[in-house]
Ligand binder design. Structure first.
Ligand code: GAP
Length: 538
């Protein structure tokens, strides 16, 4: 099972501290989010997987970390000053501002069709470098990390002696003043990109483009986003960015949003290196570039075979970290029954649901649409109890449900059963899990048990070098649920047997290890934990 609505993920992220609205105590800042204690781990793990697969496990890649602020001329010659625009329209009735291509001619706020003509809106944020605010001090926050790679092409080539084909990988922040940021992490104004610029001999570019398409689909699969959930959109010529000869957009099937871009893989030809070069006329460029009178360098590669200077073509796989993390969470998310509740308890909830729905049908306070929606959803839940019991909460969160008094009774009947018989679990790949191992004492007021659990945690942290946590803030069942919900693959419990105070002396210095997915528990010596877990967490 995967997430069936984005709300499930948004609610989990907030509840457990993956993601918070930015500047929340001052009312937030639209399109800006902060990653909390678990979110930063997940995000860093996703980036680490990308870096490992694309830089360490290949023999043709270098890394780079270029500055966010760059000389304004970079954005003049990249084409962004002129073309990095979205079409903006104003609603003449409510004064709302919208991206024309997202609203189908109607204001999403008030429904009016009285809109201005679309006009270009440049999405780059500008700032000022240094204390004097004249036009020479103006700079942009980069809207893509890619340009940092292009302007460093000659530096990397000179210092690494790479031969074509080779790539430069970079992860970093990008900023876009999106007209309408929306859909949680999906469209934001500050985000991170994982970008590769892969430099190839002209003429081999199309084959490399196909190769990168395959490689990237395989990578997404390796982090838990299966191929069948991604469609490849071969962007038609009239939708291509100004630099692209051909682009494949990988469209992930997000709940509620449908297929949306998670990564673009573009053939940027010799456009970028050519644009940032001096002496362009001598370079035999195939791309149409603006004349460059400012660059000090020719961004070319000396081909030892033909003994010619060539401008390489570029294949660019460019993925968003936030969109990636969101897809990984959606795929990993499951709500499942751990064991069926007793039949009479299910019947009590079913009766409460029937009474609630009768009250909905009779209600005069509800608008017809809201009533129909409540009845349709409520009946669907009723017909699939107990499996769909956890959906009582989303039902009660629907518009109008709060006006039905019997909702409180339904919640009162359903909630204890949900708590006892269901769990939310994130089946994240272990490498992506924010916490890898959690250690609990069976009793939190037992000094030796607490001390042993804390010692195990510390030892595992040191020996495995992965995030391990100690927790004693609830009963064991509750602690397991809390870790399941954030995707912790293994939980370790220290009990009386561990201390030699149980019924089985042979179990002294052993603990139980519980597997997140199967919920199976096995007993093993404390001394075996590092080896066992290292193997499992690979
Ligand atoms: N250098 C090429 C480039 O920037 P892009 O398609 O504009 O291409 C690449 O962006 C990726 O960056 C997208 O596939 C998406 O994952 C992410 N991205 C772009 N705009 C974003 C936004 N406003 N919020 C979150 N992620 C975004």
């Amino acid at each position: 099972m995967t997430a069936t609505s984005l709300d499930q993920i948004i609610s989990l992220c907030k509840r457990r501290g993956f993601v918070f609205p930015g500047s929340e105590i001052y009312g937030g800042l639209q399109g800006i989010y902060d990653y909390g204690p678990l979110g930063v781990e997940l995000k860093n793990n996703l980036i680490a997987e990308w870096w490992r697969a694309n830089v360490y496990e290949r023999d043709d890649m270098e890394g780079l970390d270029a500055a966010i602020l760059m000389n304004r001329l970079v954005w003049k010659y990249s084409g962004h000053e002129e073309t990095f625009n979205d079409p903006l329209v104003d609603c003449r009735v409510c004064k709302g501002r919208w991206r024309a291509d997202h609203i189908h001619g109607r204001c999403p706020n008030c429904g009016s069709t009285d809109l201005t003509e679309p006009r270009p809106f440049n999405m780059m944020f500008s700032t000022q470098v240094g204390p004097v605010a004249d036009s020479g001090a103006m700079a942009y926050l980069r809207p893509e990390t890619a340009q940092g790679i292009f302007v460093n092409f000659a530096n990397v080539l000179a210092t690494t002696s790479r031969k074509l084909p080779f790539g430069i990988a970079q992860v970093g922040k990008a900023f876009r003043n999106e007209i309408n940021p929306r859909n949680f992490l999906f469209r934001v104004r500050e985000f991170e990109q994982m970008e590769i610029e892969y430099f190839v001999m002209p003429g081999t570019d199309e084959a490399w483009h196909q190769q990168w398409l395959e490689d990237r689909l395989r990578w997404w699969e390796s982090v838990g986003v299966p191929r069948e959930r991604i469609t490849v959109y071969d962007v038609p010529p009239d939708e291509l960015a100004h630099y692209s000869k051909r682009t494949y957009d990988l469209m992930y099937e997000y709940p509620d949003l449908g297929a949306q871009e998670i990564e673009g893989i573009a053939n940027r030809t010799d456009y970028d290196l050519g644009s940032h070069s001096r002496d362009q006329a001598s370079l035999n460029l195939t791309a149409r570039v603006n004349p460059n009178s400012d660059s000090t360098t020719r961004l070319t590669y000396f081909d030892p075979e033909s003994r010619q200077h060539v401008v390489p073509y570029v294949i660019e796989p460019s993925a968003g970290v936030g969109r990636g993390a969101l897809a990984v969470l959606c795929e990993a998310y499951a709500e499942e029954m751990t064991r069926p509740p007793a039949e009479e308890k299910v019947r009590t909830v079913a009766d409460a649901l029937t009474a609630f729905l009768k009250s909905v049908a009779r209600s005069e306070k509800l608008a017809p649409d809201a009533r129909d929606a409540l009845l349709t959803y409520g009946e669907a839940i009723h017909s699939a109890l107990p499996e769909r019991l956890p959906e009582v909460e989303p039902l009660l969160a629907m518009p109008g449900a709060e006006t039905i008094e019997l909702g409180k009774k339904l919640r009162g009947q359903a909630q204890p059963l949900i708590d006892e018989h269901f769990r939310t679990v994130l089946r994240l790949r272990p490498r992506l899990a924010p916490v890898k191992v959690a250690v609990f004492p069976l009793k939190r007021n037992h000094e030796a048990m607490v001390e042993t659990a804390r010692r195990i945690r510390q030892r595992l942290q040191l020996e495995l070098g992965v995030r391990t946590v100690y927790d004693d803030t609830g009963a064991i069942g509750k602690l397991y649920r809390r870790q399941d919900e954030i995707g912790t693959p293994y939980c370790i419990t220290v009990d009386f047997d561990t201390l030699g105070e149980g019924r089985e002396p042979a179990l002294t210095d052993t603990v139980t290890v519980r597997d997140r997915d199967s919920m199976a528990q096995e007993r093993m010596p404390i001394a075996d934990l590092p080896l066992y877990l290292r193997e499992k967490l690979r």
